[in-house]
Design a protein around this ligand. Structure first.
Ligand code: C6P
Length: 408
């Protein structure tokens, strides 16, 4: 398998112990660990260049602005985008809210429909529910196939001119199922709707080029791709960003301000009101540098191999149910499971005693949990720094949990 083992030395936290065991970090879908280069970039910014951006003529202000705008160019380049089509946001959630409020509120009307899928994260559902309330638009759903991929067989009946937005995830944070990106972007185009891709779990794990994707908007978070929390990105087609209203007003985002009205700075600045997260942007830039140096193809292949091993080893454990596609070509590396009738929170607690970090809960995907008729799952998720021995540790600990809970 693609051996990225040497990279582990770049991640200081992987050396620590938890509960007397070497940390086994299998919660990268929640947030990823950070390499030294990201920590150093942010530290260097604060130590030597800290100033506010776009405002001052002094040397530090110029350097800070160059670092902030340089980070924008790096992140845009990472997804094949033009630099001025990349808006820094607080994360995926904020980016999706910007689209919902900035585009949806100004373009939707009663009778319009917003098409989503049952596997969406709340970040790609609740903003649309709010906008539906304000505009009278209606939320409609695509259901799932038996393997928990999105069922697009009913698209022909659902697709009408009333569909104004199709908003969907590139990869489910619960089941790992990949979204039918091509089918849904083609569908959107065929009825004149806009397409919105939640890339929170896609962009960190596979090469993404917006010039090939065909979507109108893409949202993603730095912290899920080796970068810091508090920053993410909204990419949009130039004409869509022009059509979109700013959802926050304040400093930095204006062209002129009179007593009763204002005009906006050009995109992307019209969406970045106030002092932005400058150190975080610098860290985001360092994170995409790191990912680029490893190669997104290499990362995708590594995770695919690791996920295949995990699926095979986990399915050997009696009483264990995996929720998600078994076909590795239809999925990424978020693996949700249940062990008998043991509550997933208890599973996570037992695993933690062995130093293994997994997430348990509804994963902010309650409609999906309801669809699966379960309250929660335990979830292991992988990234470039994970190795097969960590899958072994997970499997061994789950066998222990079975015994502890009297599953024979
Ligand atoms: N999922 C998880 O453990 P933010 O919080 O804004 O960075 O990302 C929100 C988000 C949006 N879409 C998908 C598919 C996601 O997985 C997430 C975040 C984390 O699964 C926290 S719930």
């Amino acid at each position: 398998m693609t051996d990225l083992r040497a990279l582990r030395a770049d991640f200081p936290i992987l050396e620590r112990e938890v509960n007397g065991h070497q940390l086994v970090y299998l919660d990268s879908a929640a947030t990823t660990q950070k390499p030294q280069s990201v920590l150093d970039a942010m530290d260097d910014y604060y130590r030597f260049h800290n100033a506010n951006v776009h405002r001052g003529a002094h040397t530090l202000a110029v350097e800070a602005t160059e670092m902030y705008e340089g980070a924008r160019a790096k992140v845009a380049g990472f997804i094949g985008a033009e630099t001025d089509q990349l808006v820094f946001t607080r994360g995926t959630t904020t980016a999706l809210n910007y689209i919902a409020y900035g585009w949806g509120l100004n373009h939707l009307k009663a009778g319009d429909k917003i098409l989503v899928t049952v596997m969406e994260h709340h970040a790609n559902l609740v903003p649309w529910q709010l906008i539906s309330r304000y505009t009278g638009a209606e939320l409609v759903y695509l259901e799932l196939n038996d393997d928990l991929t999105v069922d697009v067989s009913s698209l022909d009946q659902i697709l009408t001119d009333d569909i104004a937005i199709i908003a969907f995830s590139g990869m489910s944070n619960v089941t790992g199922a990949l979204g039918p990106i091509d089918v849904l972007t083609d569908a959107a185009r065929s009825v004149g709707a806009i397409s919105v891709l939640d890339g929170a779990q896609l962009v960190p794990h596979t090469p993404v080029d917006v010039t090939e994707l065909g979507v109108d908007f893409l949202a993603f978070s730095a912290h899920k791709m080796l970068g810091p929390t508090g920053i993410g990105a909204l990419w949009g087609r130039a004409e869509r960003l022009e059509e979109m209203e700013p959802t926050e007003g304040g400093g930095e985002m204006i062209n002129t301000v009179d007593r009763h009205s204002s005009t906006w700075a050009p995109v992307p600045h019209k969406f970045e009101a106030g002092t932005p997260p400058i150190a975080e942007a610098v860290g985001f830039g360092a994170a995409v540098d790191y990912l680029d140096a490893v190669g997104m193809d290499v990362i995708a292949a590594h995770e695919g191999e690791l996920t295949a091993i995990a699926l095979e080893r986990l399915s050997e454990i009696p009483d264990l149910t995996i929720y998600g596609p078994k076909d590795i070509t239809k999925r990424g590396g978020a693996v949700s499971f249940e062990l008998g009738d043991v509550h997933p929170h208890d599973i996570a607690t037992i695993l933690d005693q062995d130093g293994i970090a997994v997430r348990a809960g509804h994963h902010c995907a309650k409609p999906l949990m309801k669809y699966l008729n379960i309250p929660a799952t335990a979830r292991a998720s992988f990234y470039l720094y994970n190795v097969p021995e960590e899958v072994d540790a997970l499997v061994e600990s789950l066998h222990k949990a079975r015994k502890l809970f009297g599953l024979t």
